[in-house]
Design a protein around this ligand. Structure first.
Ligand code: FES
Ligand code: FES
Length: 170
């Protein structure tokens, strides 16, 4: 067997993974090269996680992995084994919008919406650490998220409004 054949054989080996996605246990066998974003979109059918660049630049693919925002195009699915993953589909509960969704709606924090899932999930992590972020805090936290439409003003307002809604609800 040639060295090339050995590498091909290794690449084709499937690895079992088990993750919790939006509160549901999911198990699958994946190629080691499969990106987390492709696992989420293609294997799980959760297409609210977007692909804007595939090179870790835009943030459209951001999900929460154990409550930490991660660009899922920059991570292999096997690296998420055992993790709790939250995608945008997991935010609404029983017909009730999550406060971050409510706030983006109230403050018109989106236009085309392509960047919005990543914006919201990253904002949730920010608000968990800092419930009353300043304008600069929000802009710093969202500096890895690119929006081509809004000019960011209303996104910042939406994140701050979400912090208020969360305090009112707690
Ligand atoms: S698709 Fe992942 S950062 Fe752009
Ligand atoms: S709303 Fe269109 S990219 Fe942000």
């Amino acid at each position: 067997m040639t060295e090339l054949a050995t590498h091909t054989e290794v690449a084709a080996t499937l690895h079992p993974i088990a993750v919790t996605v939006n509160g549901q246990d999911r198990a699958a066998a994946v190629e080691p090269r499969m990106l987390l974003v492709h696992f989420i979109r293609e294997s799980l059918g959760l297409t609210g996680t977007h692909i804007g660049c595939d090179t870790s630049g835009c943030g459209a693919c951001t999900v929460l992995v154990n409550d930490v925002p991660m660009k899922s195009c920059a991570m292999f699915a096997v690296q998420a084994n055992g993790a709790e993953i939250t995608t945008v589909e997991g935010l609404e509960r029983g017909g009730q919008l999550h406060p971050i969704q409510q706030a983006f709606s109230e403050e018109h924090g989106l236009q085309c919406g392509f960047c919005t899932p990543g914006m919201m999930l990253t904002s949730i992590a920010l608000l968990a650490e800092n419930p009353s972020p300043s304008n600069e805090d929000v802009r710093w936290a969202l500096s890895g998220q690119i929006c081509r439409c809004t000019g960011y003003q209303n996104i910042v307002k939406a994140v701050q409004r979400a912090g208020e809604l969360m305090k009112e609800g707690s």
